[in-house]
Design a protein around this ligand. Structure first.
Ligand code: CTP
Ligand code: MG
Length: 180
């Protein structure tokens, strides 16, 4: 029961987990806000680029396609019926994760936090909220069949833990400038 919930939650969120990491690897180039400011501060900052956003969205979407191919084998190996991703759901999760992260940067700049500053809570959940919200909008039937309340509860507890672990890892590997 618990194993199946955790496996389902992790699997269903993978297309939302990968985009931020892909953006870190692929980021750079023109910032989305084009350098514009609002109220004396950058609208988003140099940490939100077109290239990073596109790469993250593409990576999450391609992962969803790959997971669909792997689902039967992994499901039977684990004895858990893992979800597959209609294209809209994969794109929704991946793009939604990027938009959530962009929204968080917008809020960070409005509250005077410079690029790279930590915003505990927001940093760990911005992409989860963005991914779930967009997936709900573009694939409502799939969303309600996949993200039952127990699965959602696991997502909201498990994701911050995974986020802290992967970001500290990326920091130690020299991929990120800050461990959050
Ligand atoms: N990145 C990107 N485009 C995005 C998200 C991330 O190019 N949409 C890249 C940037 O190189 C960024 C790095 O990934 O610096 C780390 O992402 P993140 O921690 O979200 O950005 P920060 O630089 O910390 O900026 P912010 O304070 O706005 O979160
Ligand atoms: Mg950051």
């Amino acid at each position: 029961m618990v194993v199946s919930l955790v496996a389902t939650a992790f699997w269903a969120m993978l297309p939302a987990y990968v985009p931020n990491n892909a953006a870190v690897l692929a980021g750079g180039g023109r910032p989305i806000d084009g350098g514009r400011t609002w109220g004396g501060r950058r609208v988003l900052g140099d940490g939100k680029t077109w290239r990073g956003t596109a790469a993250g969205t593409l990576a999450g979407t391609l992962l969803a396609v790959a997971l669909n191919a792997a689902a039967p084998a992994v499901s039977s190996a684990l004895g858990v019926s893992l979800p597959t991703f209609p294209l809209a759901a994969g794109v929704g999760l991946a793009l939604g994760a990027m938009l959530g992260d962009i929204g968080a940067s917008f809020l960070k700049r409005r509250s005077g936090r410079e690029r790279g500053a930590a915003f505990p809570g927001l940093d760990q959940l911005d992409f989860v909220v963005g991914a779930l919200a967009l997936a709900f909008v573009v694939a409502p039937g799939w969303f309600s069949a996949t993200f039952t309340l127990p699965v959602l509860a696991v997502v909201f507890v498990m994701t911050p833990v995974l986020h802290v672990v992967t970001n500290v890892g990326a920091y130690l590997l020299g991929l990120k400038n800050e461990p959050w």
